[in-house]
Write a new protein. Structure first.
Length: 600
C-alpha cells in the first residue's frame, strides 16, 4: 500500500502534534502488550499443560536464552500462579493504554475537524463575490460538512489503525523471526498477495468516492434551492416534480455508495482467504518439524499464533486503505477551497480610508464576467451630497456598476476614484466601512430584530438602534412583535412581511451612518405609503452624503441630482430629470413615458 498521500493529509494534525504523539505512544504500548499476550502461549502450553521444557530450533540471543532457562527451571505450579497474576496485570495495562490511545486519537480527530471547518469558513469569508457566482451554495456546504466527515474518519480511525495495526505487524513479525527466521521469510511472501488487491481496489474506491461526494454536493444544492424557494415550489404545484428530482439524485448517491461498500467489504474476506490459505501451507511445514521433535509444541503454537495474528492487522490495514481513498478524494475537494485565492485583495501597503471628503469618479471603467462584457468605458462623477440615479433595462449592468464602489469586483480597465485616489489603493475593510447598502434582495439573519439592525456596528446603543428604526419607519411594527426588538425573525426574516424586512434593512444602513449610500431597489417591496415615508427619511439622510439609487420606478427618481441611463453597457445619457425629459428622442424620456403609460 502506498501511504504517501495519506501522510500528506496528516499535516492537519501538525498544530496538535503533542496530543498526536501521545496517542501514537499509547498505541505502541497497546500493540506491545498484544504481542506479549500471544507470547504467553509458549510457557502456558509447554511448561504448564504439557510439563516439558521450551525448545527453540535456533540459539536465541543471550538475554532471551537466559529468560527461557529461568522459566524452564520453574515448577509447573509456581509458573501457573505467576501466570495468573501476570495475565491480570497485563490486560489491565492493555485496557488502560487502549483507552488512552482511543481518547487522544479521537481528540486529535475532532480538533482537526474543528480546524478544517474553521479554515474553510474563514476562507469563504475572504473570497470575492466572483467566486460565489461560480460555486453553488449546496456544493460549498457539502465541503464543510460531508467532505470533512471523511477526513475525520481518516484521522480519528484510519490513523489509529494505520499506526496500531502497523505496530502489531512489526511486533508479530519480530516474534515470528525469533522463533524461526527461515519460515518467517517464507511467510512474508504473503505480503504482496494481500497488498496487490488492496491497492487495486483502493484506487477504484477513490474514483467512486469523488463521484459520491459530488453527488452529495448535488443533493445539498437541491435542498438549498428547494427550501429557499419553497413558496415558488408551492405556487407552481411542483412538489411531485421536486420529489422526483430528489429521488433520482438520491438514488444515484445510493448506487455510488453501494459500489464503494461492495469493494470495501470484498477486501476483508479476500485478505483473510490469502492469509488462511498460506497459513495452512505453513501449518503443514511447521507441524512436520514438531512431530520430528525439532522444537516443542509450545514454540509451534507461538509461531502459528504470531503468524495468524498478523492476518488481522493486514485486514484492518485494507480497511484503512478504503478510508484513506475516500478521505483523499474529500481532501482534494477541501484543498480546492483552502487554496483558492480571492480576485479582490488589498494591495501591499494599502492605505486606510479615514474620511470621504469629495467626489466619486468612474474613469473609463470596463468590466466583464468571464467573456461577457457588462460595462464598457463608463465615466461619470458623483460629487459629495449628490443623488445619482441609475436606470436602464434589466441586465444592463446597473447593480454591477454600484458593486464596483465597495470593491465587490474590480474593473478590468479604468478606475474608480474616491477623493481623487484609486480605491484599489485603500484597504478593503476601511473602504467598506464608509458605505451603506440596501439591496433589492433583503438579506436578514435568524437573529433578533435588534441584532439585525445593529449588524455591522458592534456595541450600538439601544437609543441609536431605536432611532434608526424610527427613521426607517420600522419602530411601530417592531413594537407590535411578541418580544419587540428581542423578537427572533426566523431564517431570512421569514416571520416578517416583505415591506417589514426592507425597512429593517434600511434601518441597518441608517445605523451605520455612512457617507456613501447605495440603494439597489431599496423600496421595491414597500407599499405606496411606506415608500413615501421612507423616501422622506432618505431625503433627510442624503444631506452631506453621496447616494446611488437603482430603481425601476422612475417617478421616484425625479429629485435625483443626476440620472444616468445605461444601455448596452454604456452611458447613453446623463442629466437631471428635466434635462433628460427635454430630449424628445432620448432613451430616458422613452423609458419614462412607457412606464407612465403602463400605469394609466
Amino acid at each position: 500500500m502506498i501511504f504517501g498521500d495519506y501522510f500528506s493529509m496528516l499535516r492537519f494534525t501538525k498544530p496538535h502534534r503533542k496530543v498526536f504523539a501521545l496517542a501514537v505512544f499509547f498505541m505502541l504500548c497497546t500493540a506491545l502488550f498484544d504481542c506479549v499476550s500471544i507470547g504467553m502461549i509458549l510457557p502456558m502450553i509447554d511448561k504448564i499443560i504439557i510439563g516439558k521444557e521450551m525448545v527453540f530450533p535456533y540459539k536465541l540471543p543471550a538475554s532471551a536464552e537466559a529468560a527461557v532457562q529461568y522459566v524452564n527451571a520453574m515448577s509447573r505450579w509456581t509458573l501457573l500462579y505467576i501466570m495468573g497474576y501476570v495475565v491480570a496485570i497485563l490486560f489491565l495495562l492493555k485496557g488502560l493504554f487502549t483507552f488512552l490511545h482511543t481518547y487522544f486519537m479521537s481528540k486529535v480527530g475532532q480538533l482537526v475537524v474543528r480546524d478544517i471547518r474553521n479554515g474553510i469558513y474563514a476562507k469563504l469569508q475572504e473570497m470575492s463575490l466572483e467566486y460565489f457566482t461560480r460555486k453553488r451554495g449546496g456544493e460549498l456546504i457539502s465541503r464543510i460538512t460531508n467532505d470533512v466527515r471523511f477526513v475525520e474518519n481518516a484521522v480519528s480511525y484510519g490513523v489509529t489503525d494505520l499506526f496500531y495495526q502497523s505496530f502489531q505487524v512489526i511486533f508479530f513479525a519480530v516474534m515470528v523471526f525469533v522463533v524461526h527466521w527461515k519460515l518467517a521469510f517464507l511467510s512474508f511472501a504473503l505480503v504482496p498477495l494481500i497488498s496487490f488487491p488492496i491497492v487495486r481496489v483502493g484506487r477504484k474506491i477513490r474514483k467512486l468516492s469523488i463521484q459520491t461526494q459530488e453527488k452529495m454536493a448535488d443533493i445539498n444544492s437541491l435542498l438549498v434551492e428547494t427550501i429557499n424557494g419553497v413558496r415558488i415550489v408551492r405556487a407552481f404545484s411542483m412538489e411531485e416534480a421536486e420529489v422526483s428530482k430528489f429521488k433520482a439524485q438520491n438514488h444515484d448517491f445510493f448506487k455510488f455508495t453501494m459500489k464503494t461498500i461492495k469493494r470495501t467489504a470484498l477486501l476483508a474476506p479476500l485478505t483473510e482467504f490469502f492469509g488462511a490459505a498460506f497459513g495452512g501451507f505453513i501449518l503443514v511445514i511447521v507441524g512436520r518439524r514438531v512431530i520430528s521433535g525439532e522444537f516443542s509444541f509450545g514454540v509451534f503454537a507461538l509461531f502459528l499464533g504470531a503468524l495468524f495474528s498478523m492476518i488481522r492487522p493486514f485486514k484492518k490495514l485494507s480497511q484503512v486503505n478504503s478510508i484513506n481513498q475516500q478521505a483523499l478524494a474529500a481532501n482534494d475537494r477541501i484543498y480546492e477551497v483552502l487554496n483558492s485565492q480571492p480576485s479582490v485583495v488589498d494591495k501591499k501597503g494599502a492605505a486606510s480610508l479615514d474620511k470621504v471628503k469629495g467626489s466619486i469618479v468612474f474613469e473609463g471603467v470596463t468590466f466583464s464576467y468571464e467573456n461577457d462584457i457588462i460595462l464598457k468605458d463608463v465615466s461619470f462623477e458623483a460629487r459629495q451630497g449628490e443623488i445619482i440615479a441609475i436606470v436602464g433595462p434589466s441586465g444592463v449592468g446597473k447593480s454591477t456598476m454600484v458593486d464596483l464602489i465597495p470593491r465587490f469586483y474590480d474593473p478590468q480597465k479604468g478606475r474608480v476614484l474616491i477623493d481623487g485616489q484609486d480605491i484599489r489603493g485603500f484597504n478593503i475593510k476601511s473602504l467598506r466601512s464608509h458605505i451603506g447598502i440596501v439591496t433589492q434582495e433583503t438579506i436578514l439573519f435568524n437573529d433578533s430584530v435588534r441584532g439585525n439592525i445593529s449588524y455591522g456596528r458592534k456595541g450600538a446603543s439601544e437609543e441609536d438602534i431605536i432611532k434608526a428604526a424610527k427613521e426607517a419607519f420600522a419602530h411601530d411594527f417592531i413594537m407590535k412583535l411578541p418580544q419587540g426588538y428581542d423578537t427572533f425573525i426566523g431564517d431570512r426574516g421569514v416571520k416578517l412581511s416583505g415591506g417589514e424586512r426592507q425597512r429593517i434593512a434600511i434601518a441597518r444602513a441608517i445605523l451605520k451612518n455612512p457617507p456613501i449610500l447605495i440603494l439597489d431597489e431599496a423600496t421595491s417591496q414597500l407599499d405606496a405609503e411606506s415608500e413615501r415615508l421612507v423616501q422622506e427619511t432618505l431625503n433627510k439622510l442624503i444631506k452631506g452624503r453621496t447616494v446611488f439609487i437603482i430603481g425601476h420606478r422612475l417617478s421616484s427618481l425625479r429629485n435625483a441630482t443626476k440620472i444616468i441611463v445605461l444601455a448596452g453597457g454604456r452611458i447613453a445619457e446623463q442629466g437631471t430629470h428635466e434635462e433628460l425629459m427635454a430630449k424628445v428622442l432620448g432613451s430616458y424620456r422613452k423609458l419614462y413615458e412607457t412606464q407612465v403609460l403602463s400605469l394609466t
